[in-house]
Every structure is written in C-alpha cells, then in structure tokens.
Design a protein around this ligand. Structure first.
Ligand code: FE2
Length: 427
C-alpha cells in the first residue's frame, strides 16, 4: 500500500508513506510507485498513528442499566452498583460485551487500550474473560490488562491473593485504589505493597490514585516517593489524580517537581472527571480534572483516557478518543494552538509512551515501525478534534481493518444551487 499526499500530525504536508510486509518502508515526498501496490490518495488529509486509550474498564463496559442505572451519578454509587452486578456476571456476557467494544474501538482507529480488570472476585471471572479477549483480538489491537482491586487492596479480604493470582495468569500491570482504603495510612500501605510487588516482578504500575475532591489526599506523593525509592522511574502511572485539582497551590508547587523527578506519568479521564467530581459541591462546582497543562509543562507524560463507556459510572461514550481529547481540551482550557495539539498527543503518542508500546510492538509513523495508522477526514490534529473527524481508513500491520465513508451533507436550499458541504476549514 502507498498513501500519497498526506499531512502528518507534526505539520509535514505532501507526505507519501509506503507499506511493505506490514511495516512502514519509506516516508517522504513523491515516493516512487511500485507495481501492483494499492495507492490511497490522502489529498492533504491527516495521517496519524492510531489512537491509544491509556485508561479503560473493559470488564464493565456496555453494562449500562444492569441491574439498574446510577441514580446519584457519583463514583461511590457506581462502585456500589458494580458490586451489585458482579455476582450476576457470566464469562460469556463479559467476553461478548468486551469484544463488541473492541470492534467499536477499531472502527474509531483506537488500536491499543490499557484496561483495568477487577480482581476483587475470588473466581477471577473478569480476569479470565479479558485474558481470553486479549488473545482473541491480538491480531487487530493491543490490550494491556491492569490487575485492579476495585474494592480496595486492604479493605476487601482476599484482594492481595487475588491480585497475585491474576498476575500469575498473565495480567500485565499492577493496579490499586489507595483513596478507597479505609484510612490514609492504609492507602499509603497499599501503594507501598503494590510498588514493591512491581519491583519484585519487573512490572509496570498504574494506580487509580486520589480520585477524589479531597485536597488533603496524599497518595500521589506516596506513589512518586515509592517509584523513586524502588527505581521504578518511567514505569509508574497515576490515573485520575483529581485531588490535585483541589489541592493548595503551594503544596502542588512541591508535588509536581517530585512527580517529574520520580518519572511518574499521569492519566486524566476528562469525560469521567468532569462528570463524577465536584458532586458534593453546590456552586461554584469544581471541575475535578487534574492539572494537565501544569503537569505537561513540567515534562511529565500526560495522556487522556476514556475510562468508561456505558457502564455504572458513565452513561455515554462510543470509543471515540477525539471526543475524549475535546473534553480534555475544554476542561483544561487548553485552547492555544500548542495546547490543542497537546490534547491530540494525549490520545496518541503520550498514551503510547505510558503503555510502553515501543518496548513491544512499536508505535509511531517512522520507517521500520509497524504500518499502524489512521487516515482522518481533517487537515490537522486540531481539526480532527473539532470535527471528531471520520476515520476514513484504519490500518494495522498494513492491513485495512476499517473504512468509513467521508462525512458529507447534500444541501438543497431554496433559492440556491444544490451543493455539498463538509466542515473542514477552507485553506
Ligand atoms: Fe478507572
């Protein structure tokens, strides 16, 4: 396959990209056209590496309304509701819903997902289901599983054993939820235990960390300290970090440099944070999302995750990481050109870095890397976010996995000639 006249996310225009044996064989202007190769004229549209979701819950997705909807809309009712649903789950239903979501994701150009999987169930039903799904989808997307003790590592009896068993079965990353433990001390103890386990096993860490509006929560600090103490720099991620939104500015001026020197990355989940946080406020209501531009300015890798789609915590979503980027952009007020492009990076390259994709399959539009990319009906990353651009072509390993027709409307306006309209900025 040869893609011609593409625009790349870094602004290069008129670029051709040649695929050979599933890998990117050449990138540059006016590449020669080998015989018998399918040519796709990008006509100036954006060719990007695939979307990556750095934070998701594939075991809960598409369960909306089971057994009832979340009436208060809060995180805690969501956790309680998931607890009601857990005993009713079957492996078949879990697999079916997760596979359905993976199909949605691929159609949206989302080809790598880090999903947390609840291990607070001695049957490890969800773990087995998602390990099965990881295997089923491995030729079309990368799933990375995080062993997640949803009900608390110390708070829920048996969680430590379950988590270790999940890792033994092949779960990739160590998860946790320190702010849900009974006390701040228990939360800190859980962080220490989980990081030591990661160091012992050579695994990455990704904790739900301080997903609260509590300005005095201190688990991000503990996570950074443990990462440093145990030499886990570059392998530890804090997800949500919403307490940082409410923290004292002086304290944050000390915390962010600590995170940077500890090599801890961050994942915000804009759709969920703006929906779940600030629920105890009257007005003004806190937004709850962590301090994304400030973290980025300190050189900390920051990604945006979808977190939830149609589950006990969130009643919307469709696997569209451009919707996630758009919400992140708005909530963080990242409206400069630089800021908007950084929001695109948060659902592509930054997320890939946090998942460590270049230690495995490889990621990015570079010669020698796998031919994984998405052709978007947009002129640049900002336009892609603005339009939630149609994924015209989704390619992995040189194989087309999905195609969508361009979004165009036929106008029939009284007193005007028939015309077509699309929503791209005319240049
Ligand atoms: Fe989550």
């Amino acid at each position: 396959m040869l893609i011609t006249r593409a625009t790349l996310p870094d602004g290069r225009q008129g670029v051709d990209l040649l695929v050979r044996d599933g890998r990117i064989a050449a990138i540059g202007p006016n590449l020669p056209r080998p015989e018998g190769v399918e040519v796709v004229d990008a006509a100036g549209q954006l060719l990007a590496p695939p979307f990556v979701d750095a934070h998701f819950h594939l075991d809960a997705t598409l369960s909306y309304g089971l057994p009832r909807v979340n009436a208060s809309g809060t995180l805690l009712e969501g956790i309680a509701l998931w607890g009601e649903l857990k005993p009713q789950l079957t492996q078949d239903a879990l697999v079916e819903r997760a596979l359905a979501y993976c199909e949605w994701a691929v159609a949206r150009g989302l080809l790598a997902i880090r999903t947390h999987v609840d291990v607070c169930d001695p049957r490890l039903l969800a773990v087995e289901a998602l390990l099965h799904v990881r295997e089923r989808v491995k030729d079309w997307m990368d799933l990375q599983l995080v062993a997640f003790p949803q009900d608390g590592l110390l708070r829920s009896p048996g969680s430590k054993d379950n988590l270790v068993r999940a890792l033994d079965l092949g779960v990739d990353v160590i998860g946790g939820i320190p702010h849900f433990e009974r006390t701040m001390a228990d939360g800190a103890e859980s962080v220490r235990w989980l990081c030591e386990l990661a160091a012992e096993r050579g695994l990455r860490v990704d904790l739900h960390c301080d997903e609260s509006d509590d300005p005095l929560s201190r688990h991000v600090e503990t996570l950074a300290c443990e990462a440093q103490r145990l030499g886990l720099q570059g392998r530890v991620n804090g997800s949500h970090l919403t307490s940082m939104h409410s923290m004292d500015n002086y304290y944050v001026s000390k915390l962010i440099p600590l995170m940077a020197e500890s090599g801890v990355s961050a994942v915000a989940n804009p759709l969920i944070n703006i929906t779940l946080q600030g629920r105890h406020d009257t007005y003004p209501k806190r937004r709850g999302m962590t301090r994304v531009p400030e973290l980025m300015a300190a050189g900390i890798p920051v990604a945006f995750g979808h977190d939830c789609v149609l589950d006990p915590w969130y009643s919307l979503g469709s696997g569209d990481m451009l919707e996630v980027a758009s919400m992140g952009l708005h909530v963080a007020q990242m409206t400069s050109q630089h800021g908007m492009r950084a929001c695109f990076d948060a659902v592509t390259t930054n997320a890939a870095r946090i998942l460590g994709l270049n230690e495995g399959r490889g990621y990015g539009l570079e010669v020698g890397r796998p031919a994984d990319f998405v052709l978007l009906q947009a002129g640049d990353p900002v336009e892609a976010i603005r339009l939630r651009a149609t994924r015209l072509l989704v390619v992995r390993g040189g194989r087309v996995l999905a195609r969508s027709p361009a979004a165009v409307a036929q106008l029939a306006l009284p007193g005007r000639d028939p015309a077509t309209v699309d929503w791209r900025l005319r240049r």
